[in-house]
Design a protein around this ligand. Structure first.
Ligand SMILES: Nc1ncnc2c1ncn2[C@@H]1O[C@H](COP(=O)(O)OP(=O)(O)OP(=O)(O)O)[C@@H](O)[C@H]1O
Ligand SMILES: [Mg+2]
Length: 219
């Protein structure tokens, strides 16, 4: 038996490592590979589905999405005879495009987190049009960090923008919650949040998203 889920970071900033190292009972295997991207081939050769989480705009929620989706998939799938899903967290900068391109060589699909704000539109478009589309890989935009207290306009404007570009998008947005922001310092992933109402709401988004993306499990 082995862990069903593996997380790789190829972001030289290594914030994923910082976060993962603080988590006790990490529910998935993890490694930092920005200096050894050739190891990604080994992971793909296991037959696992490889999901690259990418947006060259910084701070859109790549690391948050990677670790939490991986945690939910790991909880749903439990132990397995083989590795089933690999999630690759990538750099949020144009300088490290070569690393992102390397990861895409080994990917089955790409998840593109983007916040519901106009400033993110152009940089997200660049990543999708110039980097992801030329690979021919299937991809999906995930709207992250939507604050429902601001009303639905930002969410709907962003969904309309994504649709107008002809980009596939997940119908589940990830809402903004303080528990997500604090989780890295506290060394937690969504499956380890306390069982209070707000934390349960926060984790629900990742469970719904995992279900929508086909990583199994019920809300
Ligand atoms: N849904 C959310 N709710 C609350 N805070 C969030 C959410 N998503 C992201 N954040 C916060 O926003 C910040 C940026 O998120 P994150 O580090 O995941 O982005 P990133 O795209 O990986 O950034 P980088 O490009 O620097 O690697 C972090 O402080 C994170 O906790
Ligand atoms: Mg990151």
């Amino acid at each position: 038996m082995t862990a069903a889920v593996y997380v790789v970071s190829i972001d030289p900033q290594a914030s994923t490592v910082w976060w993962a190292n603080r988590i006790t009972n990490l529910p998935f295997d993890f490694s930092q590979e920005h200096e050894t991207p050739e190891n990604l081939k080994i992971l793909k050769d296991t037959g696992a589905q490889v999901h690259v989480v990418a947006n060259q705009k910084g701070g859109v929620g790549k690391t948050t999405t990677t670790l939490n989706l991986a945690a939910v998939a790991a909880e749903v799938l439990q132990k397995s005879d083989s590795l089933l899903h690999v999630f690759i967290d990538t750099p949020g900068s144009l300088q490290d495009e070569n690393l992102l391109l390397e990861a895409l060589k080994y990917a089955h699909d790409v998840l593109v987190p983007m916040p519901p704000e106009g400033l993110a539109f152009d940089p997200t478009a660049r990543t999708i049009e110039k980097v992801i589309k030329p690979t021919g890989l299937p991809f999906r935009v995930i709207i992250n960090n939507w604050d429902p207290r601001d009303g639905k306009a930002d969410l709907e404007d962003t969904q309309a923008y994504v649709e107008a570009q002809g980009w596939p998008q997940a119908s589940t947005p990830i809402r903004r919650y303080k528990v997500h922001t604090r989780a890295s310092v506290e060394g937690k992933v969504v499956t380890q949040y306390q069982r209070n109402r707000v934390a349960l709401e926060a984790r629900e988004d990742f469970f719904k998203l995992a279900l929508e993306l086909g990583y199994g499990g019920a809300v």
